[in-house]
Design a protein around this ligand. Structure first.
Ligand code: AMP
Ligand code: ZN
Length: 160
């Protein structure tokens, strides 16, 4: 369940904002649940993941409640990615947090592993031997022409 709240936009105007009172990330946005905040602006909030995959694991979320990227406005989604890029540089520059590589990860839908139904971008610092694994068992191998056919199917399904 989500509802609309009126809030002050960055330009002083009122803008509609989706929120879900039962959502833990909406509670963090509202200051009703604790979080180690890294950065915040009018559109996004970044905070440390409470159960980190590696030290420095953080999340970038839109302030608005959206379960899926499908309903996030393009300007908000691109802002999330830009904040992710900025904080990735901060992780790499941090002398104490080992960051030789970073996984940017977004699970869209429970079938994709999404557990918190408020869309979020993970930044996971990585280094050789960090113990973090992404296991994927390939269940399908393309035959001749399969990739071209699939490309056409996706192309046909894509909206303008
Ligand atoms: P996902 O599986 O992509 O939905 O990831 C959800 C992430 O949110 C997990 O890595 C959790 O550890 C993290 N998480 C859940 N609750 C909190 C919380 N209250 N504060 C910070 N991170 C959280
Ligand atoms: Zn939410």
């Amino acid at each position: 369940m989500s509802r609309q709240l009126r809030r002050n936009g960055g330009d002083g105007s009122l803008a509609d904002m989706n929120t879900d009172p039962s959502c833990i990330f909406c509670k963090i946005v509202a200051g009703e649940a604790p979080a180690a905040i890294v950065a915040e602006d009018e559109v996004t909030l970044a905070f440390m993941d409470i159960n980190p995959l590696t030290p420095g694991h953080l999340l970038v979320i839109p302030r608005e409640h959206h379960e899926s990227i499908a309903t996030i406005r393009g300007s908000v989604l691109s802002h999330m990615v830009l904040i992710g890029q900025w904080l990735a540089a901060a992780l790499r520059a941090s002398p104490e947090i080992r960051t030789e590589g970073i996984n940017l990860y977004l699970a869209d839908g429970s079938a994709a592993g999404q557990e918190v139904p408020h869309s979020h971008l993970h930044l996971v610092p990585r280094w050789p031997g960090d113990g973090f694994r992404i296991r994927a068992e390939r269940t399908w191998s393309p035959g001749p022409g399969d990739l071209e056919e699939m490309a056409a199917q996706i192309r046909d399904a894509a909206t303008d």
